[in-house]
Design a protein around this ligand. Structure first.
Ligand SMILES: C[S@@+](CC[C@H](N)C(=O)[O-])C[C@H]1O[C@@H](n2cnc3c(N)ncnc32)[C@H](O)[C@@H]1O
Ligand code: SF4
Length: 342
């Protein structure tokens, strides 16, 4: 990158929110078909995924990440689709780890983690978040819809712990009538293991999961269910804008997070941008349109031109979809979670 870049003052958007986090989706493909994310009826044999040539290369991603770093991004999370199905992902991790001062992490369904943990760690990944919706095989398989067993995800979590990809977080999406009975077993299993479970309200991302408000188990209900058996108390956020509300067990055996994106939207503190696998920038998870960075990167745009462009996109951002959510907005043609990353 050129030495002589003029760095725009770290941009703030229309609601005075700085740009701090970047989620990078490295693929829109996944080996799971979670019912709340990539339902089989939509993401079946006939679904058209991105072509390889459409994906940003690791070098293109790294160039953009370096520019985002200059604009104030301090944390990058690799996601997807399932990021570990992208071949040689550890090479990208190695490139990104070379950017100074970045917190570098990854969200995965854990299916390939046992075999990849060591290489990821060696390449410079700092920690992982693993999604797991139940400890009960029947429930988990009904959610991942590819008959993937719980034990192999737990193997992945163990491997990540062994190589030091810590602190590990576990994400559990709670869907009414599907896995609420797994709340207590999940809390129980992970609470003494130094692993924070984050219970996530089922969201109306994309427009293919048939989301209905009735399917959401609210944060209040999640909290009451766990607190009734394992008493909890609230604790302060780790940093301003943290999306999870934190609680610790009163007996000192650990903590949980609850992500109340539906019932207690946190748009006001949202400092996050998302880069899709094909190089479109989205300034909200619920956006209907992105900004094409790939054609600029593959054209002859200079670093300075790209930097100015990114800053101008951010300063024009006014998104606050979750604040405005209604039953009607659920039907908007939003981009899919598997494309944009969680
Ligand atoms: C889209 S996934 C991508 C990374 C990886 N495949 C995984 O599952 O961890 C990122 C996160 O989004 C969550 N997620 C997907 N669809 C969701 C929905 N409709 N509501 C809430 N969370 C969702 C997943 O459970 C996961 O924790
Ligand atoms: S939540 Fe993750 S694992 Fe499940 S279908 Fe979506 S991308 Fe795949």
């Amino acid at each position: 990158m050129s030495e002589s870049l003029t760095i725009p003052v770290q941009p703030k958007d229309l609601l005075q929110r700085p740009l701090r986090d970047l989620r990078i989706s490295v693929t829109d493909r996944c080996n799971f078909r979670c019912v709340y994310c990539m339902p089989k009826e939509i993401f079946g044999r006939d679904y058209t995924f991105l072509e390889r040539s459409e994906l940003l290369t690791f070098e293109e991603i790294t160039r953009l990440a370096g520019l985002f770093r200059q604009l104030g991004v301090a944390k990058i999370r690799l996601t997807g689709g399932e990021p570990l199905v992208r071949r040689d992902l550890e090479r990208l991790v190695g490139l990104l780890a070379g950017l100074p001062g970045l917190d570098l992490t990854l969200t995965t369904n854990g299916s390939l983690l046992a075999e990849k943990a060591q290489a990821l760690r060696q390449a410079g990944l700092q920690r992982v978040t693993v999604s797991l919706d139940s400890l009960d095989d029947r429930t988990f398989m009904a959610m991942n819809d590819v008959d993937f067993p719980v034990a192999r995800v737990l193997d992945g979590i163990r491997a990540a712990q062994d190589v030091g990809l810590t602190p590990i977080k576990v994400n559990m999406v709670v869907k009414r009538g599907v896995n609420e009975t797994s709340l207590l077993p999940m809390a129980e299993h992970f609470r003494s293991a130094g692993i924070v479970v984050r219970f996530i309200e089922y969201m109306d991302v994309g427009h293919s999961n048939g989301w209905r408000l009735d399917d959401v188990v609210s944060a209040a209900e999640i909290l009451a269910t766990i607190d009734a058996v394992y008493p909890l108390e609230p604790i302060a956020p780790n940093y301003p804008g943290e999306v999870a509300n934190r609680y610790r067990y009163r007996d000192g055996s650990g903590e949980i997070g609850i992500i109340a994106s539906v019932t207690q939207p946190f748009c006001r503190g949202c400092t996050r941008a998302r880069l899709s696998a094909d190089g479109f920038l989205y300034t909200c998870l619920f956006a209907t349109q992105g900004h094409d960075l790939r054609s600029l990167v593959r054209g002859d745009a200079s670093d300075q031109a790209l930097l100015d462009h990114l800053a101008s996109i951010w300063t024009r951002r006014g998104d606050r979809y979750s604040d405005l959510r209604t039953a009607a907005t659920a039907d908007l043609p939003k981009v899919e979670m598997s494309y944009i990353g969680g």
